[in-house]
Design a protein around this ligand. Structure first.
Ligand SMILES: *[C@@H]1O[C@H](CO)[C@@H](O)[C@H](O)[C@H]1NC(C)=O
Ligand SMILES: *[C@@H]1O[C@H](CO)[C@@H](O)[C@H](O)[C@H]1NC(C)=O
Ligand SMILES: *[C@@H]1O[C@H](CO)[C@@H](O)[C@H](O)[C@H]1NC(C)=O
Ligand SMILES: *[C@@H]1O[C@H](CO)[C@@H](O)[C@H](O)[C@H]1NC(C)=O
Ligand SMILES: *[C@@H]1O[C@H](CO)[C@@H](O)[C@H](O)[C@H]1NC(C)=O
Ligand SMILES: *[C@@H]1O[C@H](CO)[C@@H](O)[C@H](O)[C@H]1NC(C)=O
Ligand SMILES: *[C@@H]1O[C@H](CO)[C@@H](O)[C@H](O)[C@H]1NC(C)=O
Ligand SMILES: *[C@@H]1O[C@H](CO)[C@@H](O)[C@H](O)[C@H]1NC(C)=O
Ligand SMILES: *[C@@H]1O[C@H](CO)[C@@H](O)[C@H](O)[C@H]1NC(C)=O
Ligand SMILES: *[C@@H]1O[C@H](CO)[C@@H](O)[C@H](O)[C@H]1NC(C)=O
Ligand SMILES: *[C@@H]1O[C@H](CO)[C@@H](O)[C@H](O)[C@H]1NC(C)=O
Ligand SMILES: *[C@@H]1O[C@H](CO)[C@@H](O)[C@H](O)[C@H]1NC(C)=O
Length: 843
């Protein structure tokens, strides 16, 4: 009671202070030199920003910090290029004059060397906030938190941009607690270190800043510095390995120094690099950048900046780069690109992705499939080498190498290299194929053969006798006849299928069309066999009973039997199909369906740990989940719902979120089940739609009045979340009477500041983590806001759970809408069974 007015006073005061400091900043002219900032400072990316500079290449900066004057200097601030619809918070090098102002040379543009948010550019109006608590937070114009240094508990005293271009948060003792040098993007600056665990990843292109994940990276490993391409597994195209002992246990790192990129071993005297890659000595500002094509370039300038070195070049030049001729391409000479072909008989298995730009690579005409390995052949190419330096097998012969590729479905090629003796060479079996190089054996002093796995198009066995390349007419004739025959076969088969289907349908007394694609249709007999005549009942849900079963392939299923749906028509099938096409790890997979007389069956994957209600209430004290496990389940459910609400082609509102509809698999992954069923039932039972549906206790207040949106699921999720945190049901008559209703308890505890008392008492582990649990109760309270507009979306819930967003601070702690409350009391007390059937129609 006392807390509320006090609270209001505090936040109002804060707001005033904040507004004041912002306007004050906007009015002041940029100072001579502004290399650091104090806490509680806010910068807003708008036109009224204190300073902005546009360049002739279309880029524009709004500098926040700038260190030094006269010459190329480091600054950080908002940066955009081109249309300026999106901005980076970036560290960049810009030309400055003796007055400490950034100047606009006609050909010297700001060079971005680091950015906080290259994967999530922000828009006009975004806010960078150096908070009073010591975090640097980037908030987009819509309020979403894009980036955060997570440094609240580190006694941060201020922000500093160093002479080296390192953006650092320092504490009261002036020691660095966070620095941009520890989070490199695609650049390294002189003085900067790349340690094990850190990597450079290039951008998608020079105009798209997004990190191009999974293609190129520059990393330090136990063995040295590596440049990799691909991810399945990564293939090295450059390496500088530590010399001497390969049993080296010291941690390695590389440092960009004036004149070198040096590889150091921690356990050895650091002043003595183990290996060195030479870089031209710096006569002006320098930086190195991993480019979208895999090159590591050194830039230098006064500005303008130009390339002064290309560091990863092997002795074979451009062809040594894995994407020089794209995927599956062959590179010869000075980057002449072509596609591999089988020479006799001449057959094309690859075509250029773009005929005019052969360097974009080649694609398979018939993709490799693992279930038709009998139709796979090798294209053998002599004097073709691969950039990767690590062999999978050494001292094997050529046949062993090829056979190993045949035996491994993922293998794309067998690449074999040997000196003089072909019975003892190096074999490499890539799972992803990039550019291969044509080499001159006299130059490389190695023999190299490549065997590229390709797939013969499957054709009817009788007509596919290959002809020699001369008898083109013969080939055409055979293949024409072949395809005519094949078409006839297909038509015949279709007619047969349609007939058979008709007949089946008549037997089922219903006319149901074929559902193209998935999910599978099961016959009634198949389901009877699978479930041993519906023998083992797993449970009885609102929609009908659920039975356990086993398919012929041994996989376990759960068969839900929906009864009394009346006429089943095309819309049922359309809905089943649309539900079946939804796939997400946190949604139970619909494997198929069936229909027999008036019964409808839905066949789901089997979840061995049953539904969540078995695990969270402590009527039975065996199943007590630990906090980590509960957190995981909560996040799983949130992700599943976020997917239904926001990522499906068609938004799906579940309408019946409750522990019984959350299933747990053997590894305690949670999946939402029964989604889309409400939709499915609606189509057939439109009258039910006009009344309430769902389960009492989990119903959002707006069911009583206004529009139904996906926020009803957020509310129900809030209830489930609270039940999991407290280890009790929402309505529990075994509690003292004033605590029957969990929401009453929640409201009281908020008022008295005693939320800890609500934490699940039967779990020691939950008690140990009670402060985290209490934090999550705030999230639950947000989800339970009476006004649905104030509830977060499920994707916001996911963000809060992942720690990248905070719970809204101005919550309404009046959880008990008197209208809903009164009615639910009635319902919960004595009307539940009746209500369930009234509300849920056929469930
Ligand atoms: C930060 O605070 C210190 C001491 O309160 C003050 O001297 C300094 O000018 C402030 N710096 C900035 C950039 O406002
Ligand atoms: C730069 O600032 C000036 C005034 O300070 C403003 O008129 C102009 O629109 C701004 N330009 C951009 C691109 O924001
Ligand atoms: C800015 O974008 C233009 C094209 O939109 C491009 O030519 C230019 O190189 C870019 N400048 C920088 C510094 O990236
Ligand atoms: C900046 O952070 C403070 C909390 O330290 C917050 O109160 C304020 O609203 C934030 N400002 C903006 C514009 O987000
Ligand atoms: C801050 O924490 C979030 C969530 O743990 C994480 O995604 C983000 O990368 C962190 N930010 C930084 C700069 O490390
Ligand atoms: C800020 O950076 C400058 C220049 O690198 C350095 O001299 C200074 O000590 C730094 N300040 C703090 C508090 O770290
Ligand atoms: C700052 O230094 C003092 C004295 O060395 C130490 O007691 C204190 O813990 C330090 N504070 C931080 C945040 O490191
Ligand atoms: C940048 O590349 C990413 C990843 O390829 C893509 O999703 C995004 O749409 C691109 N952005 C622009 C502006 O083209
Ligand atoms: C290799 O390691 C052994 C034992 O750690 C050491 O005695 C030897 O000097 C090392 N050799 C080299 C070349 O570093
Ligand atoms: C780098 O070293 C060269 C000499 O090796 C020197 O002339 C130059 O000034 C140095 N550059 C920097 C930025 O220190
Ligand atoms: C290979 O198997 C997949 C799924 O098992 C199937 O969709 C595909 O048609 C099969 N391909 C061939 C060539 O049989
Ligand atoms: C693949 O097709 C070619 C040409 O049609 C034929 O020579 C070869 O025998 C076929 N190989 C297999 C394994 O089917």
């Amino acid at each position: 009671m006392m807390r509320e007015p006090w609270n209001c006073y505090c936040s109002a005061l804060f707001l005033i202070l904040n507004c004041h400091s912002t306007t004050a900043q906007q009015r002041t002219e940029p100072p001579f030199d502004y290399p650091s900032a104090n806490l509680s400072t806010t910068w807003v990316n708008t036109q009224s920003f204190r300073n902005n500079i546009s360049f002739t290449d279309g880029s524009m900066v709004r500098p926040i910090l700038l260190r030094g004057s006269f010459g190329p200097k480091f600054a950080c601030g908002f940066y955009c290029n081109g249309t300026c619809t999106s901005y980076l918070f970036a560290v960049f090098i810009a030309q400055t004059n003796s007055g400490g102002q950034i100047t606009q040379p006609s050909s010297g543009f700001p060079q971005v060397v680091w950015s906080a948010n290259r994967d999530h550019p922000v828009s006009y109006g975004a806010v960078l906030n150096l908070t009073a608590t010591g975090e640097l937070v980037l908030q987009d114009a819509d309020g979403s938190i894009v980036w955060n240094t997570n440094t609240t508990r580190k006694s941060v005293a201020g922000l500093n941009l160093t002479d080296d271009g390192n953006l650092a948060l320092f504490d009261v003792n002036s020691s660095v607690v966070w620095q941009s040098f520890d989070y490199p993007t695609d650049c390294l600056l002189p003085g900067q270190t790349l340690s094990q665990g850190q990597q450079l990843i290039p951008s998608v292109s020079t105009t798209n800043w997004t990190a191009q994940k999974g293609l190129f990276s520059l990393q330090v490993t136990d063995n040295g510095l590596y440049a990799y391409v691909g991810s399945n597994p990564p293939q090295a195209y450059f390496s500088k390995t530590v010399s001497g002992n390969d049993t080296n246990t010291g941690r390695q790192y590389v440092r960009f120094l004036n004149g070198s990129l040096s590889l150091f071993i921690f356990s050895v005297e650091p002043s003595d690099p183990d290996e060195v890659i030479t870089v031209p000595p710096a006569s002006s500002a320098q930086y190195m950048k991993l480019m979208p094509n895999g090159h590591l370039l050194v830039f230098e300038g006064e500005p303008p900046f130009s390339v002064v070195a290309d560091l990863l070049n092997g002795f074979l030049g451009e062809c040594n780069y894995p994407m020089a001729c794209g995927r599956n391409g062959l590179c010869s000479g000075n980057q002449q690109c072509s596609c591999p072909v089988l020479s006799s008989p001449r057959i094309d298995y690859f075509r250029a992705v773009n005929d005019r730009q052969p360097e974009l690579g080649c694609s398979e005409i018939t993709p490799l499939t693992c279930n038709a390995t009998q139709d796979q052949v090798f294209i053998a190419l002599e004097n073709v080498m691969h950039f990767n330096i690590i062999a999978d097998m050494v001292s094997v012969d050529i046949e062993t190498c090829k056979q190993a590729c045949v035996n491994n479905c993922s293998c794309k090629a067998a690449l074999f290299q040997y000196g003089s003796d072909s019975s003892s060479g190096d074999c490499y079996l890539p799972f992803e194929l990039f550019t291969m190089m044509n080499v001159d054996p006299d130059v490389v002093h190695r023999n190299a053969s490549a065997f590229i796995k390709v797939q013969n198009a499957t054709s009817p066995p009788s007509t596919s006798t290959p002809q020699s390349s001369q008898s083109n007419l013969g080939v055409i004739l055979t293949s024409t006849i072949g395809s005519v025959l094949f078409l006839l076969g297909v038509v015949g088969f279709l007619i047969y299928k349609i007939r058979k289907r008709r007949w089946d349908d008549q037997r089922e007394e219903e006319s149901i069309g074929e559902v193209p694609g998935m999910p599978n249709r099961f016959s009634y007999e198949e389901l009877v066999t699978a479930t041993e005549n519906f023998n083992k009942k797993l449970g009885e849900g609102g929609f009908g009973a659920v039975f356990e079963g086993t398919l012929e392939d041994g996989s376990k299923i759960a068969v839900k039997c929906l009864e009394g749906l009346g006429q089943v028509n095309k819309s049922f099938l359309a809905e089943v199909q649309s539900i079946g096409s939804i796939h997400h790890v946190n949604l139970v997979t619909l494997r198929g369906f069936g229909a027999w007389k008036s019964k409808r069956f839905l066949v789901y994957e089997f979840m061995s740990n049953g539904s969540l209600d078995r695990w969270i209430y402590h009527g039975d004290r065996e199943h007590v989940l630990e906090w980590e496990c509960r957190k995981k389940i909560i996040l799983d459910v949130a992700k599943g719902l976020a997917y239904l609400h926001e990522d499906c082609r068609q938004k799906i509102i579940h309408l019946d979120i409750k522990p019984q509809n959350i299933l747990i698999d053997s590894d305690f992954n949670a999946k939402v089940s029964d989604f889309g069923l409400s939709k499915l039932i609606d189509r057939n039972q439109t009258q039910v739609m006009t009344t309430m549906r769902g389960t009492p206790g989990y119903l959002a207040p707006e069911w009583l009045s206004s529009v139904i949106t996906e926020k009803v699921d957020v509310y129900s999720f809030g209830i489930v979340l609270l039940e999991m945190l407290c280890g009790r049901k929402k309505f529990d008559e075994s509690q003292p009477e004033e605590s029957w209703h969990l929401l009453d308890v929640l409201q009281n505890c908020w008022e008295q500041g005693t939320l800890q008392d609500m934490v699940d008492k039967y779990s020691e582990d939950m008690q140990t983590h009670s402060s985290e649990v209490v934090e999550m109760m705030e999230l639950a309270s947000w989800c339970l806001q009476g006004d649905f507009k104030k509830r977060p979306s499920m994707s916001m819930v996911v963000k809060v759970l992942e720690g990248v967003m905070k719970v809204e601070s101005s919550l309404d702690y009046n959880f008990t809408d008197p209208r809903l409350h009164n009615t639910t009391v009635e319902r919960d007390k004595d009307m539940t069974p009746l209500l369930a059937s009234v509300l849920s129609g056929p469930r």
